[in-house]
Design a protein around this ligand. Structure first.
Ligand code: HT7
Ligand code: ZN
Length: 876
């Protein structure tokens, strides 16, 4: 793979006016005729040829205005088609014929087969695996699609846009025609054909247009689409109300397939989903599954405006659609559920995924400037940090200007392929604010660190807040400029009230937001009658690390009084972290593990506070994870010691709070049938947290086994089973429960994935033997990405002690898996390999073993560009 540079961007020499595709479907030999109308862009030299992209293609026919093109006029290779001597100005028509083999397409990019269904995935560069094409996001055209196929095998034949018609074609074959009037880039093209069941509904838009909604699934799954359909209708309504965005076709379709590289894909009018994010019923889906379905249905639907109507000029601008659309789906979920609980979950995710990426060898800016393989840039930095950047724009401008900026963006750029600069300019234009320094968030990688110190002077009633920012060096970026960091804050007084902090010097403050713009800055607040407790970065207004040593008493004060629930949770986390890092050190040195009683008291106080919502209390009880503790320790990490230390702290909390946990366990019982709503889910989460602590306190599998037996929904069933397996691996209750779960859900692969995952994440050395045995299980399928992620992915990403064995066997196993998966599905292999991105923070024995395993991969002669790119960056 060639390195692509943002600085090299140039528009195409030829403008594409129209696309007309005909597919004659055949599982192993599908014929594709692509009729493309082009004209030479004004000013482009006559000698410039038309250069089209291909990937593993063979040209079967080429016509110019319906006549054969002489061989001397073109060059065709699997990767490109170059045609010379084309007209100066007049539009011309090129017809390209290719034959492709969907059945043999294991990469799941381009046209492939999944459980007998034809399906496409074209983002980012999959369309070039179907036909030669200017396969880049700034080439937009309307598409007409004709699909011809065996009638019995393909009663359903779908593509983008509105349905034009269809009928019998000839002996046993049928055709369907679709027209998408909205000019789109090739990455949004989709085709689906096969024998699928459909569930139908309607939505009436704000201008009273009726839109047909259809969800296509495998036969037998119809009843499991109700939640997804409801989430879709709520998303459509919310986008109208919150962003003024109305849907723009007569029909909106979702297809659920079982082989898919990512979560879902926003193809215009025809979203294709990993079935994991569509199918749900209480017996098979957990509360988390329901929440994911709601979020992903919303995300893909919201792309219709942020991504499809306004798309990216080039792939460097990916955050323009992904970061913004994540921001929109987060806002949607926050409105549908509990905003602070949603924020806590987002920040947990950001810290556990994005912060390690930003602090390791794969760090890159939200808008990268080079790539070797674009598939490797669908990252948590582009998505989650990209969303945070839009969130900061909203914080800086205030909601009114933010909304005006979004309105201007939709109005100014509808139908265009644009850049991050175009987006930011809309907010500058409506607010009059200069966002040049702020834009460093797009170009500088690394998580900024803000050092904080405070000083209070009683006699002058003055509170001084000194801030110092540092952006760490990242690959290719040794020196950084100071950023514009919006920090929401409160000064909390003794009585719990928030001080009036409007009299301030030393920098800009708007409402409750401090603007940190210099490397060092001191804000001086006057008129503060008593020593306040500072709550900083409330609601996580900026994605930064804060270094601020606050006393346990001050943290407990925030945890008790802040009006921002996120900050209350953060204060409890800040209280827990030093206890957990100390516990890890003590465990490593063979010392007894202790825990500050102030932490235990604060946790139990919050967990027992019935005025707080249960979901929040469950988040409080879910202490920082082993990975979080490792990050706080910062290097030379021993995952075994972290695990032992954390467990010992859990045991101390469990013993101290046993009575409370018993009360919560019984109080949180459902009084009606299962419902996936956020409130009921919150109660179940708190009940599960109580059950977990009780397992530590009672040191017996009894209660978890009873909970497993009594569960009438997948949430409680899988929670109890996970607790049994992780806490009591040897118990006969555990063996029995694992076996009965398998028997009961044997026919449901998505549920069996849960069974694989919870075993792959069982702590300790034995996990590897378990994973190896499960790879040979009849229900495992190395060709299905969900299965691979559930077993191999979960082992590598989410089993710190099992994967990071001191003897390095975990790393060697993963290296073997990567080399096996790579030839079939490079994207999947590359993504799973990123689980080793923090290998340098391990203690030396493990780090050496990890490096050796990575070098084994690197030495393999036949690596895909995807895996080569990741492994080389990780070893650099
Ligand atoms: N925009 C979609 C990204 C995606 C994708 C990218 C590469 C390879 C396969 C893929 N499937 C989906 C999904 C989204 O962010 O909405
Ligand atoms: Zn997206």
């Amino acid at each position: 793979g060639q390195i692509v540079h943002l600085a090299d961007y140039r528009p195409t020499d030829f403008v594409l006016e129209r696309v007309d595709l005909t597919f004659e479907l055949d599982p192993t030999n599908t014929k594709v005729d692509a009729r493309l109308i082009f004209h030479r862009r004004e000013g482009v030299d006559l000698s410039a040829p038309l250069v089209l992209d291909g990937d593993e293609l063979a040209l079967s026919g080429l016509l110019f205005d319906q006549k054969d093109v002489p061989a001397s006029q073109y060059d065709a290779t699997p990767e490109s088609l170059i045609i010379r001597d084309l007209p100066a100005e007049a539009p011309f028509e090129i017809t390209i014929t290719t034959h492709i083999n969907p059945e043999a397409n294991t990469q799941l990019m381009g046209l492939y087969r999944t459980n007998g269904i034809y399906c496409t995935q074209c983002e980012a560069e999959g369309f070039r695996r179907i036909t030669y094409f200017p396969d880049r996001p700034d080439v937009l055209a309307p598409y007409t699609i004709t699909i011809i196929g065996d009638k019995a095998a393909n009663p359903v034949m779908l593509s983008n846009g509105n349905f034009l018609g269809g009928a019998g074609y000839d002996e046993g074959r049928a055709f369907a025609a679709w027209f998408d009037p909205h000019p789109k880039p090739s990455y949004l093209f989709a085709l689906v054909a096969g024998d699928l069941a459909v569930v139908e509904d309607t939505f009436v838009t704000m201008s009273e247009r009726e839109v047909t909604l259809k969800i296509y699934v495998e036969h037998g799954n119809e009843s499991r689409t109700a939640y997804a359909m409801d989430a879709l209708k709520r998303s459509m309504k919310w986008d109208e109300e919150r962003f003024g965005r109305e849907y723009d076709l007569d029909i909106f379709m979702i297809v659920a397939v079982s082989d898919f590289n990512m979560g879902a894909m926003e193809n215009k009018g025809l979203n294709v989903f990993n079935d994991k994010y569509v199918l749900a019923d209480p017996e098979t889906a957990t509360d988390q599954d329901y929440a994911n379905i709601e979020a992903i249905i919303a995300h893909e639907y919201f792309h219709n405006w942020t991504g499809n109507r306004i798309t990216c000029r080039d792939w460097f601008q990916l955050c323009l659609k992904e970061g913004l659309t994540v921001y929109r789906d987060h806002e949607f979920s926050a409105d549908q559920r509990s905003r602070p609980v949603k924020r806590i979950a987002e920040v947990r995710h950001l810290r556990s995924d994005q912060f390690p990426e930003d602090g390791g060898p794969l760090a890159h800016p939200v808008r990268p400037t080079t790539y070797r393989e674009i598939n490797n840039f669908y990252t948590t930095t582009v998505y989650q940090k990209g969303s945070e950047v839009t969130g900061m724009i909203a914080t800086l401008l205030g909601m009114d200007d933010f909304k005006a900026g979004m309105d201007l963006y939709f109005e100014r750029h509808d139908g265009q392929a644009v850049t991050v600069e175009d987006y930011v300019k809309c907010f500058e234009d409506v607010s009059g604010r200069d966002l040049a320094q702020f834009s460093l968030w797009y170009s500088q990688a690394g998580t900024p660190l803000v050092n904080v110190s405070t000083e209070y002077d009683q006699t002058s009633a003055t509170f001084k807040l000194s801030l110092e920012q540092m952006v760490p060096a990242t690959p290719g970026q040794p020196d950084k400029q100071p950023m514009h960091i919006p920090l929401s804050f409160a000064l909390i007084l003794d009585n719990g009230a928030i001080a009036d902090a409007t009299s301030v010097k030393g920098g800009e403050v708007t409402g409750d937001v401090l603007h940190l713009t210099d490397r060092r800055q001191t804000f001086t607040f006057t008129g503060i009658a008593s020593r306040p407790v500072l709550s900083l970065n409330r609601s996580f207004s900026a994605p930064v690390n804060i270094a601020f040593t606050q006393t346990p008493a001050d943290l407990a004060h925030i945890a008790r009084h802040d009006t921002d629930l996120f900050s209350r949770w953060q204060a409890l986390t800040d209280l827990a972290i030093p206890n957990l890092t100390k516990a890890a050190r003590d465990a490593r040195e063979g010392h007894e593990v202790t825990c500050d009683p102030a932490l235990i008291a604060a946790l139990l106080e919050a967990a027992g506070d019935d005025t707080l919502e249960p979901a929040f209390r469950a988040q409080v009880l879910a202490l920082p994870s082993e990975a979080d503790i490792g990050r706080e320790l910062g290097g030379n990490n021993d995952p075994e010691a972290i695990h032992t230390g954390r467990n010992a702290v859990l045991k101390l909390i469990a013993d101290a709070g046993e009575d409370l946990f018993k009360r919560l366990f019984s109080d949180m019982k459902a009084d009606s049938a299962y419902s996936p709503d956020a409130e009921s889910a919150g109660k179940r989460a708190l009940k599960a947290a109580a059950l977990t602590y009780l397992a530590y306190a009672e040191n017996s599998p009894q209660r978890a086994a009873e909970a497993f037996g009594a569960a009438d929904n997948m949430t409680e069933l899988s929670q109890a089973l996970t607790l049994l397996a992780h806490r009591f691996p040897e118990a006969s209750e555990t063996t029995g429960a694992l076996a009965s779960f398998l028997t009961r859900f044997d026919a449901n692969p998505l549920v069996i994935d849960k069974w694989f995952s919870l075993q792959a994440t069982m702590p300790g050395e034995d996990a590897l033997a378990r994973v190896k045995a499960l790879i040979d299980h009849p229900r495992y399928n190395a060709g299905n990405p969900n299965r691979v992620r559930a077993l191999v992915g979960m082992y590598a990403f989410s089993n710190p002690t099992g994967f990071n064995r001191r003897d390095g066997e975990g790393y060697r196993f993963l290296a073997g898996q990567i080399l096996e998966i790579d030839p079939k599905n490079p994207q999947l292999a590359a993504r799973i390999l990123t689980s080793m991105r923090s290998w340098r923070s391990l203690e030396p024995t493990r780090a050496d073993q990890a490096r050796d395993a990575l070098m084994t991969i690197e030495r393999s002669p036949s690596l895909s560009t995807d895996v080569r790119d990741i492994v080389e960056r990780m070893l650099k």
